[in-house]
Design a protein around this ligand. Structure first.
Ligand SMILES: [Zn+2]
Length: 240
């Protein structure tokens, strides 16, 4: 029998967040198409919010300066592999190389030899036995989610309900861990040739992030990172 898990946990306490705490994460960047990732960084800066970024090695190679900005702005870098292959198609040795290769790429971009990530998020949120073994071997803490809004399936023309649901979920559960995709590496279910309707067009993300932060701060929710709250890392470790 295949032992397969995802990174979803419904309750914020299951990912180590206290009541009223929100953590935002951004997957699959850096993405400079429509200047998406720099604009996300601008929005976070305007709100003095630190977030988790799950960049992919091959994208970091294209835009190392964006990774440097994330790091020096105090955001958390989360290893998301070098090439974003589907974990179901990767055995332990290949996956280990994918994760180590991503760390080497981060280290090169930052000019930090032997850089090691403390945190990992599996591509597609799929946790196979190989994923578990790799994170154990490298001593990495998996970064989970409490809500998944399928934001990779929407574009500029139809993203609003996804953001509405994320905000409603955070209000209902008094916080949680959420993901936006600033990059586009998940193949679309149906390719769209009109860029304004394409799910690969992520230009709506900065505005959506601005709305989420504005509305949730107005509710009294706080935006946190794991290392601002030791319990997060510990609980996440136990949940993995
Ligand atoms: Zn991803």
């Amino acid at each position: 029998m295949l032992s397969l898990f995802t990174i979803m946990r419904r309750k914020p306490s299951r990912v180590g967040l206290k009541s009223d705490e929100v953590m935002l994460t951004f997957d699959d960047g850096p993405n400079l198409e429509d200047n998406v990732t720099p604009e996300v960084l601008d929005v976070l800066h305007q709100h003095s919010v630190k977030a988790g970024f799950c960049p992919v090695g091959k994208q970091i190679r294209r835009h190392p300066e964006v990774l440097q900005r994330m790091y020096h702005s105090g955001h958390l870098l989360i290893n998301h592999t070098q090439n974003h292959f589907h974990p179901m198609r990767q055995k332990y040795v290949a996956l280990l190389e994918e994760v180590e290769s991503c760390d080497r790429t981060i280290g090169e971009a930052l000019g930090i030899p032997d850089y090691r990530s403390d945190y990992f998020r599996a591509p597609y949120g799929i946790v196979t036995l190989a994923v578990r073994r790799v994170t154990r071997t490298l001593g990495m803490t998996p970064v989970l989610l409490t809500h998944y809004g399928y934001d990779t399936r929407v574009g500029p023309h139809n993203y609003t309900p996804v953001v509405d649901k994320m905000i409603a979920n955070a209000k209902r559960r008094n916080g949680g861990m959420y993901v936006f995709h600033d990059g586009s590496l998940c193949p679309p279910l149906v390719p769209e040739h009109d860029w304004n309707r394409s799910v690969e067009n992520r230009s709506w993300v900065p505005e959506a992030v601005d709305r989420v932060i504005t509305e949730l701060k107005a509710e009294g929710l706080k935006f946190v990172l794991p290392h601002q709250n030791a319990k997060v890392a510990q609980t996440v470790k136990n949940a993995a």
